[in-house]
Design a protein around this ligand. Structure first.
Ligand SMILES: Nc1ncnc2c1ncn2[C@@H]1O[C@H](COP(=O)(O)OP(=O)(O)OP(=O)(O)O)[C@@H](O)[C@H]1O
Ligand SMILES: Cc1cn([C@H]2C[C@H](O)[C@@H](COP(=O)(O)O)O2)c(=O)[nH]c1=O
Length: 209
């Protein structure tokens, strides 16, 4: 008789926040934290995470385009990411981390870019109706703090060059989403020191372990 073993499904954790909020700073910490607890971790990002997705990322971060084209390309990248990285990883029992997912489309293309929210929801239902993150860490800082952090460090891409009111709309939408999904989205006060922020992240992760 053949015995079939089915892996316990893994988890899906996403990182969100306005540009410069500090989310990328903490992904390495989360990888180490979970690995130390015996989890196999896959760390990825959107747009990107696959060969095609990284090509789309180049276009999305550097070419001006209609906001609906932008949303469609974000979801094209996401579809490939789900097929190649997210779903196979979760099925293997891995913990899949993604630097951004669909909440970013609500914040950037809809709230800030002006696209109809229902169209983003329709794309989300089409592309990943049954797959939403188990946990979303929302790194929250005032727009001015994020701007100072970005200015201190790099050449700005298309989104990072947007004005303060664009990021205010993004931030407000992220906070609105957190209010709508309190069981999934944990707001992390990212104005605190890196160590204090890590402690808040660790507490949120413990809930999933
Ligand atoms: N808690 C913190 N205190 C002070 N500086 C911080 C803190 N967290 C991050 N930073 C700094 O802010 C800058 C931006 O951080 P990071 O690249 O992680 O932001 P991000 O949210 O991933 O931005 P983006 O989405 O644009 O990539 C970095 O220089 C980082 O060192
Ligand atoms: C997934 C996703 C991303 N964006 C924007 C948000 C950021 O400005 C960039 C990605 O850059 P990061 O440094 O890796 O955070 O893309 C978006 O507008 N919509 C999306 O769905």
């Amino acid at each position: 008789m053949t015995q079939q073993t089915t892996a316990v499904p893994g988890k899906f954790i996403t990182f969100e926040g306005i540009d410069g909020a500090g989310k990328s700073t903490h992904i390495g910490f989360v990888v180490d934290f979970l690995a130390a607890r015996g989890k196999t971790v896959v760390s990825s990002r959107e747009p990107g995470g696959t060969r095609l997705g990284e090509q789309l990322r180049e276009l999305l971060l550097h070419e001006k385009m209609h906001v609906e084209t932008e949303a469609l390309l974000m979801f094209a990248s996401r579809r490939e990411h789900l097929a190649q990285v997210i779903e196979p990883g979760i099925e293997r029992g891995d913990w899949v981390l993604s630097d951004r997912f669909t909440d970013a489309s609500f914040a950037y293309q809809s709230a800030a870019g002006g696209m109809d929210r229902d169209k983003i929801m329709a794309l989300a239902q089409w592309v990943h109706a049954r797959r939403w993150p188990d946990l979303t860490l929302l790194f929250d800082v005032p727009v001015e703090v994020a701007r100072q952090r970005l200015d201190a460090e790099r050449t700005l891409d298309k989104f990072e060059q947007e004005k303060a009111d664009f990021f205010s709309r993004c931030r407000n939408e992220y906070l609105r989403l957190a209010g709508e999904h309190p069981g999934r989205i944990v707001v992390i006060d990212s104005t605190r020191s890196i160590d204090e922020t890590r402690a808040a992240i660790a507490a949120a992760l413990e809930r999933l372990l």
